[in-house]
Design a protein around this ligand. Structure first.
Ligand SMILES: Nc1ncnc2c1ncn2[C@@H]1O[C@H](COP(=O)(O)OP(=O)(O)OP(=O)(O)O)[C@@H](O)[C@H]1O
Ligand SMILES: [Mg+2]
Length: 365
């Protein structure tokens, strides 16, 4: 529903320069309780959009100045307007225009002259879809901020508990005896693990909210510097990293560093039993995107559980074998989604694993 409307009416913008078609659509839509605004040119349609966002746009193809395809592209590239459904008005059987319309980002088309039942059904469906998408988006955001505030509120008492345990062990070391001190040290370790989970959860919920800034990223350098940083705390490990001349990409630098840190820390962690661990990062180039692959020679996993990997708190290895909270890959997934990319994993038990991610050349930032 358009929030600026005083009454509960959905607003439709018709952009068409053929008076008889406009008249017909006006009668049908107004008769069905829609508020309608009309523009006969692309430039004036953009001005109308600036004044008030409609719930749906009916767009003619052939118009003076800016044609329908171009106008649709402009609308879909604008973050303010891109979620407004666009329905093209085409002549029947014009397959080429239908294809071009979808490529420009339109959601649907109706053929002229209108079949009123069809026009109304499509308008209704797309407004409903838009509403449901908005509802899901808001519900998700609400869940995220709920998750964030719980994690945030738990963190302070947890840190105090950790400190109190430390004081207890320092001040009462002699009185606690060996068993008592082991117990205290275990409690301290567990409270540290809990703090790490909370930190991960905070990071996870932040990934949807964080504003993205597009930057030119030298991926080869990023992988190398994150790897060097991670290896600083693992002086006894022997890990070889092979990078195959990775391309530069455009993305949010903070998020991409978190992504690479999670991928590499998994590869380093799950190759711990190997005398010499090997990690290789390769890529394949496609017209609009890259697909990167990070392969390791670690303990791998059973592919039948691969769908679980990207869910929060899901782990295929026990904490006794490998420490972790099971949030890292869900964070990776979120970061990639925000860049319109995708992540998946393949692996084989005891044979190693590969983390794949696709990344568009022009992410929607
Ligand atoms: N390179 C890998 N080799 C084998 N298994 C892996 C690899 N990467 C991830 N996994 C499996 O996927 C699970 C989920 O990974 P994820 O990174 O989300 O969590 P984690 O590493 O257990 O903990 P953390 O939240 O600290 O990253 C892991 O518990 C592990 O079972
Ligand atoms: Mg991990």
């Amino acid at each position: 529903m358009n929030s600026n409307n005083s009454i509960d009416m959905y607003e439709i913008l018709i952009v068409d320069d053929t008076p008889e078609q406009i008249e017909m659509a006006l009668v049908v839509l107004k008769g069905n309780n829609y508020k309608v605004r009309v523009s006969t040119k692309g430039s004036s349609a953009l001005k109308l959009l600036e004044k008030q966002k409609p719930d749906l746009i009916l767009l003619d193809i052939f118009m003076p100045e800016i044609d329908g395809f171009e106008l649709c592209r402009i609308i879909k590239q604008n973050t303010e307007y891109k979620n407004i459904p666009v329905i093209f008005l085409t002549s029947s059987g014009d397959e080429q225009s239908i294809k071009k319309g979808f490529e420009a980002g339109a959601q649907d088309y109706v053929t002229k002259p209108f079949n009123t039942t069809e026009l109304l059904a499509r308008v209704k469906t797309h407004i409903k879809l838009k509403q449901q998408t908005e509802f899901l988006y808001l519900a998700n955001r609400e869940l995220d901020s709920f998750c964030y505030s719980i994690a945030h509120d738990l963190k302070a008492p947890l840190l105090s508990m950790g400190k109190l345990i430390e004081y207890l062990s320092l001040d009462y070391f002699d009185k606690l005896g060996e068993d008592g001190n082991t117990l205290i040290s275990n409690i301290h370790k567990k409270s540290g693990e809990l703090t790490a989970i909370i930190d991960h959860l905070l990071e996870f919920s932040r990934m949807c909210e964080l504003e993205m800034k597009p930057e030119h990223i030298n991926l080869e350098q990023l992988f190398r510097s994150v790897f060097d940083e991670l290896m600083l705390t693992r002086p006894n490990r022997q890990v070889e990293l092979r990078l195959s001349g990775l391309p530069d990409i455009t993305g949010d630098s903070i998020m991409l560093r978190i992504l690479v840190t999670n991928i590499l820390s998994n590869s380093i962690k799950y190759t711990a039993p190997r005398k010499i661990a090997r990690i290789a990062v390769e890529y394949t180039e496609y017209p609009d995107s890259y697909v990167f692959c990070v392969t390791d020679n670690g303990v791998g996993f059973d592919m039948k559980y691969s769908l679980r990997l990207f869910q929060v708190f899901q782990r295929l290895h026990s904490s006794k074998e490998f420490e972790g909270s099971g949030v890292g890959l869900s964070i990776c997934q979120r970061i990639l989604k925000r860049h319109n990319g995708r992540a998946w994993m393949t692996g084989q038990e005891n044979q190693g694993a590969s983390f794949y991610f696709s990344f568009p050349k022009n992410p929607p930032i």
